[in-house]
Structures are given as C-alpha cells and as structure tokens.
Design a protein around this ligand. Structure first.
Ligand code: EPZ
Length: 416
C-alpha cells in the first residue's frame, strides 16, 4: 500500500470517534521515564510516532508493553542514555526525551534532531533553558552530549512559547533541586496534559494552563494510570474536511474546549458547529465562505490545521487570506493543491491568497509532511473524480487510520 485512493464529491455523513492525542502522548511517554516505576497510559494512538517513542523507551532500558486500552511503561531499570540515531533523526518529538533523560540520568546523548520539510526546527530555546538549569552541552562526532552534575531550578524566560522547550523544562524541572520558574511558557493543551500526568505522579507544578509555570523539583514520583486526551488536531482535520466537502457529521470525544479558534474559523466559513455532550456536531455550508486566517500559538488558530483549512477554502465562494506565523515552510502543499485545480497566490513566503474555485479535479499528488498530507486527502474528498495521495507514511505518523475514519463518515477512501 503506497497511496490513498479518494473518490471525491461525496458529502460527509455520520460520526467518528477521535483518537488519542499524538502531541500529548509523546511527552507523557517521555515523562514515564522519569518515574522509575510502572505507569499505564491509556488512549495512546497507534501511530508511527508513538511506536517510535515506544522503541526509544525500550532502547533506554524501559519495559514497555502495549495492551488493548493503553501502554504499560516500567522505567524502574533505565540505562544511562544514548538515544539511538534512528529514534531521533527520524522523529523530532524525541527531543522531549532530552529533558526526561537529563532529569532521570543526569545525562543524555542524541543526534541533532535536525529540521524537516516545514522548517529548520532549531533547538536553541531548549538548550539555553536547560543550560540555565545546570546542563552542559557539547557537540562531538555530530552528536549532542548533555550532562548535569547538579540539575537545579532557575528562573527562565522563553522569548517564544515553544511547546517542546516548555515540555523539556517541565521534565527536567520536576527532577531538579529547588524551584524552576518558567515565564513565557507554551499554553498548548498538550503541555497541560504533561503537567496533569506529572501531577498524578506526585509532582507539584503551579500555574498550569498559564504562561508562568512554577515547577517544584525534588519530589518523589510514583507510577500512575493516566488517560491521554483526544487529539484536537485530528478532530479539527475532520471538522474542516466536512466544511470543505459538505454534509454533516458528529465528532465523538472531540475536545471542543481546546478548539475555540477552530470552531470560530469553521463558523466564519459558514459552518454550523456546536459542542454537544461528548463531541462536536458539524453542518457544512454549501460552499465555504472566504476567511482571513492567521496561525498563532495556543489559543490561536493552530499551525497544524493551516494546510487543511487552506484545502477547504480552495472551493470557497471568494478569496481567503492565510498567514503562517509559526513555521517558515508550511506552504509546500500549495503545489499539489494546484495540481487539483486550486488557485493559490503566494503573496510572500508566509502569506497566501486562496481564490476559491467551483470545482477541484482529482489528481495524483504526494504528501511531503504530516499535515500537508491530511490536507491533500481533504482536497481529494472535495474534488470531482478520483485522487491518489502518495507519501502516506507521513500521514500515518499522526493519524491512526484516516481512511477508516473518513469511511465512517461516508467517504470512499482506501489505501491501495
Ligand atoms: C510542537 O512542535 C508540535 N509537535 C508541532 O506539531 C506543532 O506544530 C508545534 O508544537 C507548534 O504548535 C509536537 O508536539 C510533537 P515549537 P515543536 O517548539 O515543539 C521555533 C504536528 O504536525 N523554535 O513550539 O517543535 C520553531 O522553529 C507537529 O503534530 C525555535 O526557534 O514546536 C518554530 O518556528 C508539527 N527554537 C516555532 O518555534 C527552538 O528551540 C514553534 O516551535 C524551538 C522552536
């Protein structure tokens, strides 16, 4: 199976249950390394990035076992830690293991995670924050060596609310001597989930969900049983997919309270969306209304849904303006959307004008990264005729089974 075949032009109907959050599962799995006991983490999605994190934990000496409802992680025996090359360079999110390993073992060795298609992905904010906590970094043989003779609290100010840097400070801070104050922390729900998990393990973190965290170190942590929240980006993908394709759907377990900016955008597009009990009801407009979208750190419109929103607006009833402020190269998907008949004008490197057209045509297109791939599947649903989306390993890094999910919503989508 190396592509996804999409039969377009079918309005979506039905309901789908939203998987567990990729971006909450990964830091929580890293935090399980700190605990030194057995934890059970429920609702982890069965996706490539989680599988990679599981192998990374195993390579560091943890005993990790999948069960029907979650993952058991026993970190009582952790060897001092070099992270295997393939675990790091292939997956940026292993970066949050840095703080966990330093917290647990006082040292870490990793390949430089490097950039990816959507941007250079520097790690300067991670390094400068951890250095203030007593970590010394050296680069040798192309690897990053981190060592902390005594990890201690500090007052740290992030110039940008980096999600990963916030998570690394939290993971190191709960093990550091004394108190760490983090100003300018990221507010993303995935950071809150990490704090909740560590709180369940006995850590004391004040200011959760605010930009000023106070992390009290040196407390004994114990294993816990924790359920990862539903994935707001997967929910937003299907929500915007419906807005673009038409129809009405119910997103079971969608965390509406974490998706205000996405619900607002969907309403501006002409959709009728409302949180109903344990999910979100979506009724699509005939054609999406044009919008102005600017991505921003949470609670702003998430960068991870920018490409999908763009795809939905390719059939808009006017011109939409989309500005990407988080990653410098998140418009790679434009080329493939244009193969399907989309009319997108790049105003500069981070702003695009999407001139809505009445019809898109099916085409053979290739995903270059995770969320761009989801956007191409969305465009395939909206197009007339058949589309083939290649590069599906990117998509399966974040979506458990996008074909199964869209089929449950009445679409004709199969891996071929
Ligand atoms: C997390 O990446 C997510 N990944 C991303 O989701 C998400 O797009 C991003 O946060 C923003 O919300 C995971 O949680 C695993 P950042 P992260 O540090 O932590 C710059 C997906 O599709 N920066 O908040 O890497 C960076 O270049 C993925 O699920 C520095 O300059 O994001 C970027 O421009 C994609 N120096 C911006 O900050 C640093 O040291 C945001 O990065 C770190 C970051």
């Amino acid at each position: 199976m190396d592509s996804i075949r999409v039969q377009g032009g079918i309005a979506l109907q039905g309901k789908v249950c939203i998987q567990g959050s990729k971006n909450a599962s990964l830091p929580v799995l890293a935090a399980a390394l700190l605990v030194g006991e057995r934890s059970f983490i429920r609702n982890c999605p069965r996706i490539a990035d989680v599988y990679a994190m599981v192998s990374l934990l195993k390579s560091l000496g943890c005993r990790v076992q999948w069960h029907k409802t979650g993952i058991a992680v026993d970190s009582s025996r952790v060897r001092k830690g070099e992270m295997p090359r393939e675990a790091v360079t292939g997956m940026r999110s292993s970066l949050c293991m840095l703080g966990a390993l330093i917290g647990r073992c006082g040292e870490a060795v990793m390949e430089h995670p490097g950039g990816c298609v959507i941007g250079a992905r520097p790690i300067d904010l991670h390094l400068s924050a951890l250095e203030q906590m007593g970590v010394n970094f050296t680069e040798r043989d192309g690897k990053l060596w981190a060592a902390a003779d005594s990890l201690h609290g500090a007052v740290i100010r992030l110039p940008f609310p980096s999600v990963g840097a916030t998570e690394n400070v939290i993971l190191a801070g709960v093990m550091a001597e004394g108190k760490t104050v983090l100003e300018g922390a990221a507010l993303e729900p995935e950071v809150q989930a990490l704090c909740h998990f560590l709180g369940c393990c006995g850590a004391c973190i004040e200011g959760v969900a605010s930009s000023r965290l106070v992390i009290h170190g040196g407390r004994r942590l114990c294993g816990t049983d924790y359920a990862v929240p539903a994935d707001r980006i997967v929910a937003g993908t299907y929500l915007l997919g419906c807005i673009g394709t038409g129809g009405n759907i119910f997103l079971e377990r969608a965390p509406a309270w974490e998706m205000e900016a996405v619900l607002l955008a969907a309403r501006q597009m002409g959709g009728h969306v409302c949180a109903m009990g344990e999910g979100i009801y979506v009724q699509a407009p005939q054609r999406p209304l044009p919008v102005r979208l600017v991505t921003a750190p949470y609670p702003g419109f998430p960068t991870d849904l920018q490409s999908v929103a763009m795809a939905a607006e390719t059939r808009g009833s006017g011109t939409s303006y989309i500005e990407e402020t988080i990653f410098e190269n998140r418009f790679r998907v434009v080329e493939d959307l244009e193969k399907m008949g989309a009319e997108i004008e790049m105003l500069d490197s981070c702003r695009a004008a999407v001139h809505g057209v009445s019809t898109l045509r099916g085409a053979r297109v290739t995903a270059g990264e995770l969320r761009g791939g989801a956007a191409l599947v969305t465009a395939g649903l909206m197009a007339e005729g058949e589309s083939f989306v290649y590069g599906i390993p990117y998509i399966y890094r974040g979506y458990e089974n996008i074909c199964r999910d869209y089929r449950e919503l009445g679409a004709r989508v199969t891996s071929v």
